[in-house]
Design a protein around this ligand. Sequence first.
Ligand code: GTP
Ligand code: MG
Length: 195
Amino acid sequence: MKINNVHLIISAVNAKHYPQHDLPEVLLLGRSNVGKSSFINTMINRKALARTSSQPGKTRTINFYNVEDLFCFVDMPGYGYAKVSREERKDFKRMIEEYIKKRENLTIVIHLIDFRHEPTADDIEVHNWLRKMDITPIVVATKIDKVKNNDYRKNIKQIVQAFDLEDPEDIILFSSTAKRGKEELMGILDEIFLD
Ligand code: GTP
Ligand code: MG
């Protein structure tokens, strides 16, 4: 799919503000700073439509981006970062849980993991929680540009073990900086939304 037209529909903090539409939604989920907003910018060929920052806790609302009137990317606050205040972490957790539990438009969850490190206890908790709700997320390992080729196999194995995945090939290696993994993901979205 060629993406030319994307716009922010609304920034929401609770279900009352979610847009009323029939578009399927693709949720970006992951720790603060893992690269959720950067992921969206990369996929839609925009430098900074979704705001990013080197400081964790940048995205504070649920942002709905209409992509070609075909689907929505939903950007979320992150979870689990100690530098984000306890109060805010609680707010963010509530927003994430409310969206996932209530939103009928939710079609795909993309769970972003930082490829430089082992999945954290938070990552594992979130992954298991999704599975319990019968959601199988697409696991995307980000910031692969920061990892030496020699470490790829070891890091992939760590994710497979942490999440108890069946097939290491299911993990998509991604870099917003190096634009890696974009075509593979676009292929998956094409299959789901263009058929
Ligand atoms: P919150 O909104 O705080 O939850 O963070 P986020 O997950 O949206 O992360 P964001 O996209 O704001 O990126 C955080 C930082 O990581 C920024 O400084 C980005 O430039 C950087 N970053 C994101 N993706 C990559 C990547 O693939 N490679 C590298 N090297 N840096 C990245
Ligand atoms: Mg963000």
